[in-house]
Design a protein around this ligand. Structure first.
Ligand SMILES: O=C(O)c1ccccc1NCC(=O)[C@H](O)[C@H](O)COP(=O)(O)O
Length: 216
């Protein structure tokens, strides 16, 4: 079974839909420039509703004060570092999460995968995401795709998630191409930036329950 992280949840309704669809992880973006931004206090309330899921605080180069704020308000299972945090900073941030750190790695071509090696065994999980468009105001959540097959046969010691431009129409093929055991999605389950759609959330989960196109 492919595990799912539904990311960028902002309302109790979003959380209920993600739980109903069988989310393993629910993600909350704490980054004011994002259309998915929630305050630490709201992230705490939503995480409380997300019973049965592992909660993820998604942050971009957070300082210690913000990490402490999110720890106290939300007590996240995971902190996803989605900025330019180096391996040393990943180790420091670990103290603020109950289970560990997910480090994002932006991918456009094969050379980008080398960067992931520096975080293997340093982060507890990796998340391979598309590189944001040039000049972007935030590092994730753009619905950009890349060649998911680049991830096939990655030899890493830690688990990883496939992310970037996934939706119900392409996720099964992306899993087949990459060999991913877990996936992350945000804009592919929205009707417009920051507005989650319960039907798209369920359709995404349903797509993973079907055989990939071309496979029987
Ligand atoms: O989603 C955002 O707005 C965001 C802002 C700042 C940092 C990270 C952000 N998202 C991180 C995620 O984990 C997204 O799910 C990931 O980038 C994939 O997004 P999408 O291509 O839209 O599915």
């Amino acid at each position: 079974m492919t595990e799912i992280k539904f990311c960028g949840l902002k309302t109790g309704r979003d959380v209920a839909a993600a739980v109903q669809a069988g989310a393993r992880w629910t993600g909350y973006v704490i980054f004011p420039a994002s259309p998915r931004h929630v305050t630490p206090a709201l992230a705490g309330e939503l995480a409380h509703l997300a019973q049965g899921t592992e909660t993820v605080a998604v942050m971009v180069d957070p300082d210690d004060a913000l990490l402490a704020q999110i720890r106290d308000a939300m007590r996240p299972d995971w902190i996803q570092l989605h900025g330019s945090e180096d391996p040393r900073r990943v180790v420091q941030a670990r103290a603020y999460a109950r289970q560990g750190i997910i480090k994002s790695v932006p991918v456009a071509d094969a050379s980008d995968l080398e960067a992931a090696r520096a975080y293997d065994r340093v982060a507890d999980m990796l998340l391979f995401d598309a590189k944001p468009p040039r000049g972007a105001s935030r590092p994730g959540g753009w619905g950009e795709t890349y060649d998911y097959g680049l991830l096939k046969n990655l030899n890493l010691s830690v688990p990883w998630l496939l992310s970037g431009g996934l939706d119900a129409s392409n996720v099964a093929a992306a899993v087949a191409a990459s060999g991913a055991k877990a996936v992350d999605v945000s804009s592919g389950i929205e009707s417009s930036p920051g507005i989650k759609d319960a039907a798209r959330i369920q359709a995404f989960a349903d797509a993973l329950a079907q055989p990939a196109p071309g496979l029987t």
